[in-house]
Structure formats: C-alpha cells, structure tokens
Design a protein around this ligand. Structure first.
Ligand SMILES: Cc1cc2nc3c(=O)[nH]c(=O)nc-3n(C[C@H](O)[C@H](O)[C@H](O)COP(=O)(O)OP(=O)(O)OC[C@H]3O[C@@H](n4cnc5c(N)ncnc54)[C@H](O)[C@@H]3O)c2cc1C
Length: 402
C-alpha cells in the first residue's frame, strides 16, 4: 500500500499517477475536503483565484488526465486588459514579450533597454531583489514587472529575488507559454472533484478528516503512521508520500530543508451575478491586482497583502468594489455594476506561499527515508511555489515511490 498524506494538488497528482501505474493508494487528508491551498470552501467559493499559464505543462497534463481540462478557459486571448487607476489609462497587454511587436499590446514603460534588462534576468547572475535589478526602468517595473512578480512569486519586487524570477522568465519563451487559464466554474468542479472521482475510479481510497498526527521511524524507515482514524503499522513493502505543507513536514520529520516564512493572499468574493463570458482584468495603482468576473460572482486578489491580511473585510470591500466598477466601466464589461457593493466574503490565506527572497533555494531530498518521499510545491526547487510546482513534485514523488 502507498499512503499519500495530504490531498492538495501534490498529493492528488501523486495519488493519481501511482494508481495509474497500478499501485494501491490510500489518500489521507486532514481537512474535511481536498484541494489544500487550491480548494473550494464548503459553500463552493474558491479559497482564492487560481490562474494557470500554458507553460504549466504538468498542471495542465493533470487536468487532462482527470478529464477536467475543458473547464479551464482562456478569458483574455487577445491580451490582458489592464487599467491604471492612477491616471485612468487602459490597455491590452500581451503577457509574452514576443507579443510586444504590436504597439497596441505593449505594457506601460516598455523600451528596448527595459526589455533587455528583463531578459538579462533570465540568465544566471547575481541574486538580488528584482526592484534593485530593474531600478533604472521604474515605469516598466511598475507597469509589467511588478504585477508579474506579485503573480508568480507572491512577493513584492522590493523583496523578491531575481534567481526565483529567472525560473519563471526562462519558461515564458515557448509558444503558448503565456496563455492564461482560469477555472470556469471554480476549483471544486473544475479540479478537486474530478481529481477525487478519477482517484476513486482507479480504485484509490480517500479518507478525509484523517490528520497524520505523528510518524514513528527508525533511523532510515518510517514504521507507523498515527492518523486520526487510527494507527497504521507500515509493512516492509508499504510506502509513504508526505504531501503536506512545509510547516507540517517540519513538525512530523526532523532535518527537513523547508521555507519558514510565508506571504499571505487575500481574496474578496462579491456575490454579483451577471451575464457574459469569464473575464480577467489587471489593475495598477490599486488595492487589488486582479479582477476575475464569472457569471456567478466577482473575485479580486490582493497578493503579498501583509497589511490587508490584518484589515477588516468591512473596510476592504468598499475599496475593492470601487476598483471593480472602474474596471467594468473601462472595459465595458456587460451587466449591472451597482454603486453599492454586493455582499462580500473575504478569504485570507495567511500562509499562501513561501516568501521568495534572494538567497539559497531550499531543495529538500525527495526520498527523505527509505520508504518515505516528500511532495509539495515547496519541495520543487525549480519553480516558485505554484500549482505547477506542486504537480511536478507529485509526479516526481510518484516515480520515487512506485
Ligand atoms: C489564495 C491563493 C491563490 C493562489 N494562486 C495561485 C495561482 O494563481 N496559480 C498557482 O499556480 N498557484 C497559486 N497559489 C499557490 C497554490 O495554491 C499552491 O502552490 C498549491 O496549491 C500547493 O499545493 P500542495 O499540494 O503543495 O500543498 P497544499 O495545498 O498545502 O496541500 C497540502 C495538503 O495537506 C493537508 N495536510 C496538512 N497537514 C496534514 C496532516 N498532518 N495530515 C494529513 N493531511 C495534512 C492539507 O490540509 C492540504 O490539503 C495560490 C495559493 C493561494 C493560497
């Protein structure tokens, strides 16, 4: 038996891959539902807007494997609508620099020197903050690099490391790499539920509310799992995939190289229903960075929102709604956009992702014990913590454990 502990993306991907390879799997999840940091709340609301790009091959491959790929739509195929609230200017921006040959798809502040400076960051070099590296190009930093870094690293440019950004930049050149996808109906119906259905259809067992409290081990092997549902003594042929967040891995195991500092993401979900396709709008000079409009609601994202994570939802909501209305007006989004904010729900994920500062990138050994391998976004040193990193780590863990 292979015990996969943690049903976030990494655990779901590992479980599905192991079952596909013919191995028996039990998936133990501490929470009542699966999905981890990419989950639907009990009322169906996403914990936060999750976007994928075409470069996320493992994540998109997983969606294909579980029959959920069609639920991920490309809201802005012609370029990302971006509204600058400081001066009211609006534009469509190609997410790939290759698209900037079109004048009407360029971000603010772009110049040959600025693009060269950004391209240089993709090459191996000194690790420093992105703000330091791009200091000579403040308009481009604000108009393109800031939003890119916040989206990819969940860390402001004044803090984010260039080595981490380089990992992202190097993946953006391939054809289709910057196509942006979001779940049409939400993370529940478009990822988590199909993943659980696929795992069960392959003969896997999923046990919710089954926290791993403690793990017994000798020097080289895990010997027992003390789960909420009871203790499992591990037979010689059993394996464990530990797909939990870093703070849980360091609690359960010793000597794990794991990130210790995390950055929050705040999402505000407005109960505004309306017609029209899914839309995705970027904001500059605003509280919120992204507006996601779906027929059943509007959500805004405040990444790296240290101050906002401490602020009351009642004071955030009217500010966010004003920004949403401005975006709706600027890009003629269909439907009603009343002045008064609709009911709003705030979801604050205080440990959304590790802070991606300059410095060594943790690279924990995948096979931590003879019969235990690690998975999770933080265990994949080749990318910042994202769905793609979680999916890649799940595939790697499945290969090791099979
Ligand atoms: C609001 C928000 C927005 C984001 N936006 C994006 C985005 O747009 N694009 C993107 O690519 N990424 C985004 N991310 C990051 C992405 O969600 C994560 O990188 C990814 O989901 C991590 O998956 P994981 O499986 O590694 O970890 P987790 O999702 O943390 O999964 C770990 C699982 O283990 C369970 N667990 C913990 N302890 C135990 C235990 N002791 N026993 C059993 N189970 C346990 C947890 O309940 C959880 O289900 C976002 C994250 C947040 C929070």
């Amino acid at each position: 038996m292979i015990h996969v502990v943690g049903a976030g993306v990494a655990g779901l991907v590992a479980a599905q891959a192991l079952l596909k390879a013919g191995r028996p799997v039990t998936l133990h999840e501490a929470a009542p539902g699966a999905g981890g940091r990419a989950r639907a709340l009990p009322d169906g609301t996403d914990n936060g807007t999750h976007a994928l790009i075409g470069a996320n091959r493992a994540a998109l491959g997983f969606l294909d494997a579980i029959g959920a790929r069609a639920g991920w739509v490309e809201p802005e195929p012609d370029g990302l609508p971006v509204l600058d609230l400081d001066d009211g200017s609006r534009r469509l921006v190609a997410l790939s620099p290759l698209g900037w040959w079109r004048r009407d798809r360029r971000p603010a502040g772009v110049s040959p020197a600025a693009v060269a400076a950004l391209a240089a960051l993709a090459l191996p070099g000194r690790d420093r903050t992105v703000a330091q590296a791009m200091a000579r190009h403040p308009a481009f930093l604000r108009g393109f690099v800031d939003p890119l870094v916040i989206a990819a690293l969940n860390t402001p440019t004044a803090e984010a490391g260039t080595r981490r950004l380089a990992q992202v930049l190097r993946r953006l050149g391939a054809p289709g790499a910057t196509r942006l996808f979001v779940a049409r109906n939400g993370l529940g119906p478009d990822m988590v539920e199909p993943a659980l259905a696929a795992i069960r259809a392959l003969g896997g067992t999923v046990v919710p509310d089954d926290r791993l409290r403690k793990l017994d081990r000798t020097n080289s092997r895990a010997t027992a799992l003390h789960l909420h549902s009871g203790t499992v003594a591990l037979a010689p042929e059993d394996r464990v995939v530990l797909a939990v967040p870093p703070w849980e891995a360091t609690r359960l195991l010793t000597h794990v190289e794991a990130p210790m500092e995390h950055a929050p993401i705040v999402n505000l979900h407005f109960a505004r229903t309306g017609p029209g396709p899914v839309r995705f709008v970027g904001l500059l000079g605003a509280l919120c960075q992204w507006v996601l409009v779906r027929p059943d609601g509007v959500a805004v994202t405040v990444s790296a929102g240290d101050a906002e994570a401490r602020e009351e939802a009642d004071s955030l909501a009217p500010r966010a709604w004003r920004e949403i209305r401005a975006a709706a007006q600027a890009f003629a989004l269909p439907g009603e956009w009343p002045e008064a904010p609709p009911p709003c729900r705030a979801v604050k994920e205080r440990r959304a992702t590790p802070r991606q500062r300059p410095g060594p990138i943790p690279a924990p050994r995948r096979r931590h014990l003879e019969n235990l391998v690690l998975a999770g976004d933080w265990t994949w040193p080749h990318l910042p913590a994202t769905i793609e990193a979680a999916a890649q780590s799940g595939l790697a863990a499945a290969r090791e454990a099979a």
